[in-house]
Design a protein around this ligand. Structure first.
Ligand code: AMP
Length: 171
């Protein structure tokens, strides 16, 4: 059994003091480990008739795009403000200090389409909750949300109540 945790690097005090940053670049550069991550998520949702995989900027793109390919689904980027060129919906969410915003194209999803959302890490759940807010505005049917890493102490799952949450490794 390939050990994914041993491929994830801890960086203390990044990007600021007190944060233990989970660096996945050490996993991504390992072809076998990267393939295992994509395979595990893809296998879990095979048979769920996913129409679109949504990836959250920017590490959610790295994982979301190959999952979309594997599920024969389209890929939708959820991006930071000022990046998407056509008409958008936006959702604001709380950070430790202040707020941030995520955006999606208004025509990204047809109402009723079945969607899987992918990101690298679940911490407080604010980023994913804002993304689910956007998907609600689009009328998407969210089949599940998938993460490589879950930081269980931060109880992000509580913000995602009512959704199926998959995480491959937890701390
Ligand atoms: P949250 O909204 O609190 O669930 O934070 C999730 C987002 O912030 C993800 O997109 C992660 O990439 C990033 N993030 C939060 N905490 C960490 C951490 N300890 N290490 C790496 N990335 C993190």
């Amino acid at each position: 059994m390939l050990d994914l945790k041993s491929r994830i690097r801890d960086i203390p005090d990044f990007p600021k003091k007190g944060i233990l940053f989970k660096d996945i670049t050490t996993l991504l550069k390992d072809g076998e480990a990267f393939q295992k991550v994509i395979e595990k998520i893809t296998c879990f949702y095979e048979g769920e008739e996913i129409d679109k995989v949504v990836g959250i900027e920017s590490r959610g793109f790295i994982m979301g795009a190959p999952v979309a390919y594997g599920l024969n689904a389209g890929f939708i980027p959820v991006r930071k403000p000022g990046k998407l060129p056509s008409d958008i919906y936006e959702a604001k969410y709380e950070l430790e200090y202040g707020t941030d915003t995520l955006t999606v194209h208004q025509d990204a999803i047809t109402p009723g389409e079945r969607v899987l959302v992918v990101d690298d890490l679940l911490a407080t759940g604010g980023t994913m909750a804002a993304t689910l807010d956007l998907l609600k505005q689009l009328g998407a049917v969210v089949v599940g949300v998938a993460f490589l890493i879950e930081l269980t102490e931060l109880k992000g799952r509580d913000k995602l109540a009512g959704h199926q949450v998959l995480s491959l490794v937890s701390y």
